[in-house]
Write a protein that binds this ligand. Structure first.
Ligand SMILES: *Cc1c(COP(=O)(O)O)cnc(C)c1O
Length: 424
């Protein structure tokens, strides 16, 4: 796991280098583009491409609809393929340990497109019940209109998977760690259960919280990873993006869905994500992992805090599973950059705490989202998961005094001081 696969396409003499070095150098040489002499790839941007003959144009369209891409694609129109975006996709695929990647305009475009590529009407998606707010809305409001049913279960209980898999189940979907309360789902066990039962049911995992630096679900048998690139992978809070990473056999349909539904990643966003995001991912996350542990321990020992959930704490209920599946490419424990904690008292106390942060804190900002250089704090019940009904919030076991904090790059002692002041 420590070393990457032979690449043969860059200068690595032995055909090997560490994934961390790969984050920085990537595959900058390919038959697809000619950026070999740029230290930083150019921000290429062209909606349409001049073709040398009608015959070549026809071949381009034909190849695209037959195979997705050829190894030397004939570029025709941005929505089908664009060289800089292709470079980002090849690098992301490798970092997630998949064969191919297709990027999208946002995480939600990636999730929706992946599911549209896999599931037809009358088929079923089985999902863990705790979900990112918009994914929950997609599953309960929009997919049912296409006659795709979504059953929400508790996937921490493996029996519930066995009991609910039917011949119509096309996708088993979950986030691990889940948003917001960091429940973990066993990727390996669930992939085994699903694949033992059917080879046309696919395990799809939203890996946005962990990022490929902390967890690579395909290594544990999952079929698809979906990402919001807008979080830790982009890393600076400037550009939305999404990605699906999987095996070659699914490339064609993913590209066709992207072409026809149109949720294509802008090449400018691709450039930012590739040049600034990926190359600094490991450094940012190493710092955040250390800070998150320190902040989690501080919260755990604070008298105004009822409970802290952070996969790195000894008190974490699924500690063993965290150690099994949350690891850096070099095998160190990597329990992520988010902390969820429940305050003592009532929802009014939680509101007062957040208002205090909003007014007085310097290093912590009251805002949704995560994965940026700045530490962000929010109340899921009042903010990210506010559009859910009371009943849905209860099904997700969301506590109204729950707080989610997404650690940034500040000095952790400053984050702790701001928390301490607001807790007083
Ligand atoms: C942010 C997020 C998404 C959606 O991503 P966008 O890029 O905002 O569309 C999906 N899943 C998780 C876990 C997220 O945090």
């Amino acid at each position: 796991m420590k070393r990457i696969l032979p690449c043969g396409r860059n200068k690595c003499k032995k055909g090997k280098c560490s994934l961390e070095t790969f984050y920085i150098h990537g595959w900058h040489r390919s038959k697809k583009w000619d950026f070999g002499h740029h230290l930083v790839p150019p921000m290429s941007s062209s909606i349409t491409y001049r073709v040398d003959s009608a015959e070549r144009a026809a071949r381009g369209f034909h190849e695209f609809s037959e195979h997705g891409y050829s190894p030397t694609p004939i570029y025709i129109y941005d929505r089908l393929g664009e060289p800089l975006r292709d470079m980002l996709e090849e690098n992301l695929a490798h970092i997630e340990r998949g064969e191919i990647c297709v990027t999208f305009s946002s995480g939600m475009a990636a999730i929706a497109s992946c599911l549209l590529a896999l599931v037809k009407s009358k088929e079923q998606i089985l999902s863990h019940k705790v979900l990112y707010g918009c994914t929950h809305s997609l599953f309960t409001k929009w997919l049912p209109r296409l006659d795709i049913s979504v059953k929400l279960i508790d996937m921490r209980d493996l029996n519930q998977i066995e009991d609910n898999l039917t011949k119509d189940t096309r996708v088993v979907y979950f986030e691990t760690p889940s948003n917001p309360d960091l429940q973990l789902i066993d990727i390996e066990k669930i992939s085994q259960i699903v694949h033992n039962k059917s080879n046309t049911t696919y395990v799809v995992i939203d890996n946005s919280f962990a990022t490929p630096f902390c967890q690579r679900p395909l290594e544990f048998g999952a079929d698809f990873v979906v990402h919001s690139l807008s979080k830790d992978i982009e890393g600076f809070g400037t550009d939305l993006g999404g990605a699906v990473i999987t095996r070659k056999e699914f490339l064609k349909n993913l590209l066709l869905v992207r072409k026809d539904f149109g949720g294509v990643l802008s090449s400018r966003n691709a450039w930012h994500i590739l040049v600034y995001g990926l190359s600094s991912l490991h450094l940012r996350l190493k710092h955040k992992l250390q800070s998150a542990m320190k902040v989690a321990k501080f919260l755990e020992n604070h008298s105004k805090v009822e409970k802290v959930l952070y996969p790195g704490l000894n008190s974490f209920p699924q500690k063993k599973l965290a150690h099994k599946q949350m690891k850096t490419p070099t095998g160190e424990f990597a329990p992520g950059t988010l902390i969820y904690f429940i305050l003592k008292g009532t929802i009014q106390d939680a509101k007062r705490f957040l208002d205090r942060i909003a007014k007085k804190a310097y290093s912590i900002t009251l805002a949704v989202s995560l994965g940026q250089v700045k530490t962000l704090i929010e109340s899921p019940v009042l903010m990210t998961h506010a559009t859910l009904s009371k009943k849905e919030q209860e099904e997700m076991e969301l506590d109204e005094r729950g707080i989610r904090i997404a650690i940034g790059l500040e000095d952790p002692d400053d984050i702790i001081e701001d928390l301490n002041n607001a807790l007083k």
